[in-house]
Design a protein around this ligand. Structure first.
Ligand code: BTN
Length: 267
């Protein structure tokens, strides 16, 4: 597997080296293969298409060749940044910012790791931790809504479907790498507050009645606060439960999941 090209971006932490492939089984799997060497910190892997793209919970990630950004970044973060909840927020907020700068539209985060634009899922994030940490991002850019409907993915969307025009996937990828790098630098300098504020706003559930589906059952209540250390849920008995982000599988307005949580055709 030889990259088609290599970019060298003027960044601080990630993207100094970007390997661009025509085709890979999975950019996450390729990045994980480099993880035996901490010197590879920050290497980014892009592919025009994946033959075995991987999603959450063992699902597959489908994206026709050249229609989206398929990106993985290999990181060896300091201990303070090694939390999946934090890195998921880092990736999802960065994607939302790039969508705003590219389309002028405000995207939303659907807990824990989906980005929605006009109510449709345009991006999925897969953080995998082994020898290093691999942050994988699949962002739908130029697929038509008809193509998603034909693939029985009525809840999927793309930047083009939301705006009515196409975008350069390599330009979107470059913007995304720059945004991820700038946000990573803030975290590296110990500024967690900026990301936390943007994340709370993009999730959009603060002060609302919500349902939290946790590994040990379902809980309803009012969401009083959200930090990377815990979700503060005022339950019906008046007590405030602090739920560790990693234990919350789904979070949505009470009784109203954004869409069926198991999407047809995505398994
Ligand atoms: C999800 O299930 O929503 C997460 C999807 C993550 C897909 C991306 S595409 C680039 C990277 N390589 C993979 O194999 N998966 C991630």
């Amino acid at each position: 597997m030889t990259p088609r090209e290599e970019w060298q971006l003027d960044t601080r932490h990630l993207g100094k080296r970007v390997l661009v492939f025509d085709e890979l089984p999975s950019t996450n799997s390729y990045a994980a293969m480099l993880a035996h060497d901490p010197e590879q910190h920050g290497v980014a892997v892009l592919a025009e298409q994946q033959t075995a793209g991987r999603g959450q919970h063992g699902r597959t990630w489908q994206c026709p060749a050249g229609s989206g950004v398929l990106l993985s970044i290999l990181l060896f973060p300091p201990r303070s940044l090694r939390s999946v909840a934090l890195l998921t927020a880092w990736a999802s907020v960065s994607v939302c910012e790039v969508i705003r700068k590219t389309t002028g539209l405000q995207a939303k985060i659907k807990w824990p790791n989906d980005v929605l634009l006009r109510g449709k899922k345009v991006c999925g994030i897969l953080i995998e931790q082994g020898q290093g940490t691999v942050a994988g991002i699949g962002l739908n850019v130029n697929q038509s809504q008809e193509s998603f409907d034909a693939a029985e993915l009525p809840f999927a969307g793309s930047l083009a479907a939301a705006t009515g025009h196409d975008f350069s996937t390599s330009e979107v990828a470059r913007r995304l790498l720059a945004e991820l790098d700038a946000e990573y630098e803030r975290l590296y300098q110990g500024d967690f507050a900026s990301l936390e504020t943007c994340w709370k706003w993009r999730v959009g559930l603060l002060g609302k009645r919500v349902t939290a589906e946790c590994f040990d059952g379902r809980r309803d209540g009012r969401l009083h606060d959200m930090t990377f250390a815990g979700l503060h849920l005022a339950e019906n008995d008046g007590k405030v439960a602090v739920l560790q982000p990693e234990t919350v599988q789904h979070l949505y307005p009470e009784g109203r999941p954004y869409f069926p949580l198991i999407e047809p055709g995505s398994a």
